[in-house]
Design a protein. Structure first.
Length: 106
């Protein structure tokens, strides 16, 4: 059984990484303080996450790393559909690609 991941946000960010492959992100407030960016594949699997002290910091980092705000991009909306809940834990074939720093500019 796969572990469920509860994410309330539906304000998606997206990065097209290859033909027919996207990495999606949702910024979710944490219970104590700060926010968590959850990275999600097309099949609703959460494959990585990074925490930030504020939503502004998280959004700046998403933009710096090539993610686009899905709600602001009509071109992307014309041919992409974000993954749907329920979300679950999943593994990326290349491991934790963003939190490892391998494909993430701090």
């Amino acid at each position: 059984m796969t572990e469920a991941v509860s994410i309330k946000s539906d304000d998606f960010w997206v990065k097209v990484v290859e033909m027919l492959q996207q990495n999606w992100a949702l910024v979710e407030p944490m219970s104590d303080s700060g926010v968590c960016i959850y990275f999600i594949g097309d099949t609703s699997g959460v494959f990585d996450e990074i925490t930030f002290p504020s939503e502004d910091n998280a959004i700046a980092a998403l933009r710096r790393n090539g993610f686009k705000h899905f709600a602001e991009d009509e071109s992307l909306q014309s041919f992409l559909r974000p993954p749907s809940s329920p979300f679950h834990r999943a593994q990326h074939p290349n491991g934790p690609i963003y939190s490892s720093g391998r494909y993430w500019v701090a």
